[in-house]
Design a protein around this ligand. Structure first.
Ligand code: AP5
Length: 221
């Protein structure tokens, strides 16, 4: 199954993708994580991307698409994936279709996580991320057992530099300008499933996992 998670910053794409990946045994591919890894290891791609990310802007399409092509060249995505953070605009959606078509594949389902602005602002401003394994926590909604220490791997937690109030505002603006054409694109293709992502994490997760398993018997546990 080739699954896309769509939705505004803070809708829960990354958090849900990690949990879905564990339940369904499909790899989680996050363009945001890949860009942050490149930025922190100082690759030419990461250095170019860093400035855009810190301003809350999209990284140029060509750069992200090349990075995704490299990621898809790895064996683990052959039987499917959970894509988080890509596509962000129509051009990227078309690029993804082209990329998959080269291997005779296509997107199976797009979960559109709809979340309201006050909820996403609260979630992003309290989010904590592990430097080592990228696991997500939240100061109030999902606090780690030990202050600023990852429950999963013991790594140090930090606040993303783009989770500052002024950058959150810019990211939401950028999202709003590109989201509707993307939603219409997948709606017309009959692939879009809307979910109320203001709901509890488990409620949203169960709906997505239930739908995927109803479509693909091999993913049943
Ligand atoms: P990216 O990392 O993709 O960020 P984003 O899309 O802005 O999304 P977030 O990671 O902020 O939100 P999320 O929906 O994953 O929320 P999360 O699960 O963490 O991109 C960052 C930047 O990289 C972009 O701005 C851009 O510059 C660049 N970029 C990336 N992809 C690109 C592309 N394709 N093209 C160009 N540029 C690109 O949840 C947030 C918090 O809420 C967490 O603390 C979580 O614990 C909590 N939470 C989540 N769900 C719930 C719930 N149901 N109930 C209670 N708490 C919850």
């Amino acid at each position: 199954m080739r699954i896309i998670l769509l939705g505004p910053p803070g809708a829960g794409k990354g958090t849900q993708a990690v949990r879905m990946s564990q339940k369904l045994g499909l790899p989680h591919v996050s363009t945001g994580d890949l860009l942050r890894q490149n930025a922190s290891s100082g690759t030419p791609l990461g250095l170019e991307a860093k400035d855009y990310m810190q301003k809350g802007l999209l990284v140029p399409d060509g750069l992200v698409s090349r990075m995704l092509r490299d990621r898809f060249a790895q064996d683990d995505t052959g039987s499917g994936f959970i894509l988080d953070g890509y596509p962000r605009n129509l051009k990227q959606a078309e690029e993804l279709d082209k990329l998959l078509k080269e291997d005779g594949m296509s997107v199976d389902v797009v979960f559109y996580l709809e979340a309201s602005e006050p909820v996403v602002v609260q979630r992003l401003s309290g989010r904590l991320v592990c430097r080592e394994c990228q696991a997500n926590f939240h100061r109030q909604n999902m606090p780690p057992k030990k202050d600023m220490v990852c429950d999963r791997c013991g790594g140090q937690l930090y606040q993303r530099s783009d989770d500052r109030p002024e950058t959150i505002k810019k990211r939401l603006e950028v999202y709003r300008s590109d989201a509707q054409p993307l939603v219409s694109y997948y709606e017309k293709a009959g692939k879009l499933r809307r979910l109320d992502a203001d709901q509890k994490l488990e409620t949203v997760l169960d709906k997505m996992v239930g739908f995927v398993r109803s479509q693909d018997d091999s993913l049943k546990v």
